[in-house]
Design a protein around this ligand. Structure first.
Ligand code: NDP
Length: 249
């Protein structure tokens, strides 16, 4: 689908982006701000969030919020504090992009390091559950909220040696579909899954070091899909999985 987002598509919307400091999340946060959203930048490296904050402000976007959080350690308490801050400052949340994830080390299942397993599950699945659970009440205050869960091809078809990353994305897709069912008739929240496919980022380079990054699409090329699923035009979508084919279709 050739989708041309309106310049003010996300005007007055408040959107929380996890893993906003780098890669696809950084580009999505900038793109949301460029289309009028107040973005709350959640990530673990404060310097990256601060430089993104500066970029958005210098380009004339609405002043973002910064939410430093290391999702590998985070319990519900700091997330509840963040929800309180969002409620106090904005009165609602209109969008949540679950983007942060770690790949973990690729290794055979038989020798998979249990500690590595727990960390990947914590960032890619447990923190996603916790943050969603904590933010639902604030998302319900929006007249037209969106949640996007970022998956991967290995969340629908496993790839040998990808261990916890693959399993975490399978489970996250299950979480998203379950939530979509529960939200469908009880709220105006739309819940969908986005698989960006191979994209030129640091994570992709770690997973495929032999690959020429210039052969891959950039995060910017994905933005029409990220905007569609975050904005009012996706009101009719619920519990679906999207990938870049949508952009070409
Ligand atoms: P990157 O590794 O480039 O960026 C990931 C972001 O998540 C970074 O900002 C990173 O922070 C943040 N992050 C990682 N761990 C934590 C943590 N413990 N707490 C808080 N923030 C954290 O990844 P991509 O942009 O490539 O991936 C984005 C999403 O897209 C992921 O969900 C990934 O699984 C998915 N995906 C990506 C594909 C690709 O080809 N790139 C393909 C399929 C799916 P910091 O910068 O501080 O390290």
């Amino acid at each position: 689908m050739k989708y041309e987002p309106a310049p003010d598509l996300l005007k007055d919307r408040v959107i929380l982006v996890t893993g906003a400091g780098d890669g696809i999340g950084r580009t999505a946060a900038k793109s949301y701000a460029r289309h009028g959203a107040t973005v709350i930048l959640l990530g673990r490296t404060v310097s990256k969030l601060e430089s993104l904050y500066d970029e958005i402000v210098e380009s004339g976007g609405p002043e973002p919020g910064i939410a430093p959080m290391d999702l590998v350690q985070t319990s519900a308490a700091p997330m509840l504090e963040l929800a309180d801050v969002i409620n106090d400052r904005y009165g609602r949340l209109d969008g949540l992009l679950h983007n942060a994830a770690i790949l973990g080390k690729l290794m055979p299942f038989e020798t998979y390091d249990p500690n590595e397993w727990m960390q990947v599950m914590q960032v890619n699945l447990n923190s996603v559950f916790l943050l969603t659970r904590v933010m639902i009440a604030t998302l319900r205050k929006s007249p037209d909220a969106r949640i996007i869960f970022t998956s991967s091809g290995v969340g629908a078809k496993p790839r040998a040696y990808w261990g916890a990353y693959s399993v975490s994305k399978y489970a996250m897709e299950g979480l998203a579909k379950l939530l979509a069912l529960e939200m469908a008739n009880t709220s105006s929240i739309r819940v969908n899954i986005l698989n960006p496919g191979g994209t030129r980022t640091r994570m992709r380079a770690a997973a495929f070091p032999q690959e020429d990054p210039l052969t891959l699409k950039t995060p910017a090329e994905l933005m029409p899909l990220y905007l569609y699923l975050m904005g009012p035009d996706s009101k009719g979508e619920q519990g679906k999985t999207f990938n870049p084919d949508w952009l070409a279709g």
